[in-house]
Design a protein around this ligand. Structure first.
Ligand SMILES: [Zn+2]
Length: 583
């Protein structure tokens, strides 16, 4: 019988003996109740890799690797949790019709269907009687057949029943085509193609899987100009960057990237041998896009439309990038141009001249922002200043901040120090100078959470007594971290004994757990318990007082005298706990 994900996890733990599995990869020798060997995860000459068969866990005292039988398999085979479970299940001959695997299969089928559809449309571009309309369009936009092929460009005929007919004839799952948004089911039970009389642009994810489509209208009076296939599990417009699959090797080689907003902006650049490009898919730039772009390229060039909307989009992009401590450069096109029209002025052979021209038009982010805002608010210097501060204040890399301050000081003719102060005052997050001490504090607190975790793993029967003094409340207000999550999971489970803890199906949890179980037990349980209770109490008070201090600050700003008095009263009340004096 097929089993659930949790059942599968437990079943695998039952089926596999860690000693047995590890022995297939590591030569082990018995020492007391443990087995030791040379660690497979780091180079060593004396064995520090230890397996405890009684608890079915391992730990390396050299590199710190630890976990259960599944984490070992994940690490040694370089697999993620799901794939490791799947492989182990297959090796043990377990039937695996669990949901996550079913989903994976469905995703594969969806990609397959999309590729099939892309091929069908690609074929129509060359063979359909009306395909010449699309071919003329592509030629008019200066794209060579090589580029059509490279990007699987296609043509969807106007009839509206063509794709449906072909898919049915080759026995494809019609429901799946509906899920992918390629067909619509009509009231009379027939199917209608989504794309009709459109140029079809398949959209590939970075792995090269076809996950969606865009359709460009070929007649000027048809709305919308671009039609996207709907969002699916695989096609998320807020994440996907058009062309990344084809461009990534060029981006890596050049270590730089041009970001454009349209499919044809992308294709025109590609046609002219500028291949380190990506485009957003008919949607505004998101943080996820920015994250991905930053992970691929060092130098980022924004190449947006020259009009007001394009400039506004560039300012927005600058703000998104500066939150990630990166500043793009902006290629500022004349207001009547878009990247496609601009690039069209150059032939394929003039690619070097084009690159030169783009370089000439490139501005640093502060320069672009200053000129754009000054143009927008010509008689409002303070508005320009405020907008600039908004734009760059989230930067918290001191060197980058300095660079921005220096440049803005030049344009605004103000002292650098004034600008720095304004940027820092406007920061929504922690100011730079406080950040390290804050981090250290969190680290210290994390250390204490580890002690609590170690304590509860050894004495699960004490969970209720710590809940009573407010452990759960504290954890819920605590900064997110591995031990914070670990403890919340533990409280959720309320285990009566160790074996129950060992069956929580999360690799992160099991990794911390194995580590904790290998730590030596406490010498004086009673004393540790007292310390833990004290820590919980003090931490909760500290957080309460911080909240009160924040309210006071707020009411001071808004000048509400009676509110402040009310708060002072509540502090006095809190002070009656005598421990408060020690904070
Ligand atoms: Zn090791």
């Amino acid at each position: 019988m097929p089993m659930s994900f949790e059942d599968l996890f437990e079943e695998i733990k039952r089926q596999y003996d860690i000693l047995n599995l590890v022995s297939q990869y590591v030569k082990l020798k018995r020492v007391g109740k443990n087995y030791v060997g040379l660690c497979p995860f780091h180079a060593e000459k004396t064995p520090s890799f230890t397996v405890n068969p009684e608890k079915q866990i391992f730990k390396c005292f050299g590199c710190g690797a630890s976990g259960d039988v599944i984490s070992f398999y994940m690490k040694i085979k370089g697999l993620d949790f799901r794939s490791a479970l799947l492989e182990l299940a297959e090796r043990a001959g377990l039937e695996i019709k669990t949901l996550p695997f079913k989903e994976k299969k469905r995703e594969r089928e969806l990609v397959e269907l999309n590729f099939k559809v892309a091929k069908i449309y690609q074929n129509f571009l060359h063979t359909h009687p009306l395909g010449d309309k699309a071919r003329d369009y592509l030629k008019k936009r200066g794209l060579s057949e090589e580029t059509w092929e490279n990007f699987f460009l296609g043509y969807a005929p106007p009839e509206g029943r063509v794709l449906a007919g072909l898919l049915r004839a080759s026995q494809f799952d019609m429901e799946q085509a509906i899920e992918a948004g390629l067909l619509k089911k009509m009231d009379d039970g027939s199917y209608l193609d989504l794309f009709r009389d459109r140029l079809v642009i398949p959209i590939l994810n970075e792995k090269g899987e076809c996950v969606g489509f865009a359709g460009r209208a070929l007649s000027p009076d048809v709305e919308p100009k671009y039609l996207n296939s709907p969002e699916t599990r695989l096609f998320k417009k807020s994440e996907i960057l058009y062309g990344l699959f084809q461009s990534k090797e060029f981006i890596k080689k050049e270590r730089s990237l041009y970001l454009v907003e349209g499919y044809f902006d992308y294709l025109s650049l590609w046609e002219r041998e500028i291949k380190n490009v990506v485009a957003t898919c008919g949607t505004a730039l998101t943080e996820r896009h920015v994250q991905k772009i930053c992970s691929y390229a060092e130098d980022i060039y924004l190449l947006f439309d020259g009009d007001k909307a394009g400039k506004k989009a560039a300012l927005r992009a600058i703000s998104l990038f500066s939150k990630k401590n990166r500043l793009p450069q902006v290629i500022s096109l004349p207001s009547e141009e878009d990247p496609d029209s601009f690039v069209q002025k150059f032939t394929k052979e003039q690619s070097e001249q084009l690159k030169e021209k783009l370089k000439e038009l490139t501005l640093s982010a502060p320069a672009f922002a200053y000129h754009t805002l000054k143009h927008e608010f010509p008689s409002h210097p303070s508005k320009v200043f405020q907008e600039l501060v908004e734009l760059f204040s989230e930067i918290d890399d001191p060197l980058l901040e300095q660079e921005v301050c220096r440049e803005l000081a030049f344009y605004l003719e103000l002292p650098e120090g004034d600008i720095r102060r304004s940027l820092r005052k406007n920061k929504k997050s922690q100011p730079i100078q406080d950040k390290t001490s804050h981090m250290e504090e969190i680290k210290k607190e994390e250390g204490f959470l580890k002690i609590i975790a170690q304590y509860l793993v050894n004495y699960p029967e004490e969970i209720p007594s710590l809940e009573e003094v407010g452990l759960r409340k504290l954890l819920e207000n605590f900064e997110e971290g591995p031990y914070q999550r670990f403890l919340l999971q533990l409280l959720e489970l309320k285990p009566k004994e160790e074996s129950q803890i060992l069956s929580i199906p999360s690799p992160d949890f099991q990794e911390l757990l194995s580590d904790l179980l290998f730590s030596p037990p406490f010498e004086d349980k009673k004393e540790v318990q007292e310390q833990i209770k004290r820590f919980i109490f003090l931490e909760r008070k500290k957080r309460e007082i911080k909240k009160i201090a924040e309210s006071i600050k707020f009411f001071e700003k808004t000048g509400k005298r009676e509110e402040i008095e009310r708060i002072l009263f509540s502090i006095k009340k809190a002070m009656t706990y005598k421990e408060i004096s020690e904070i």
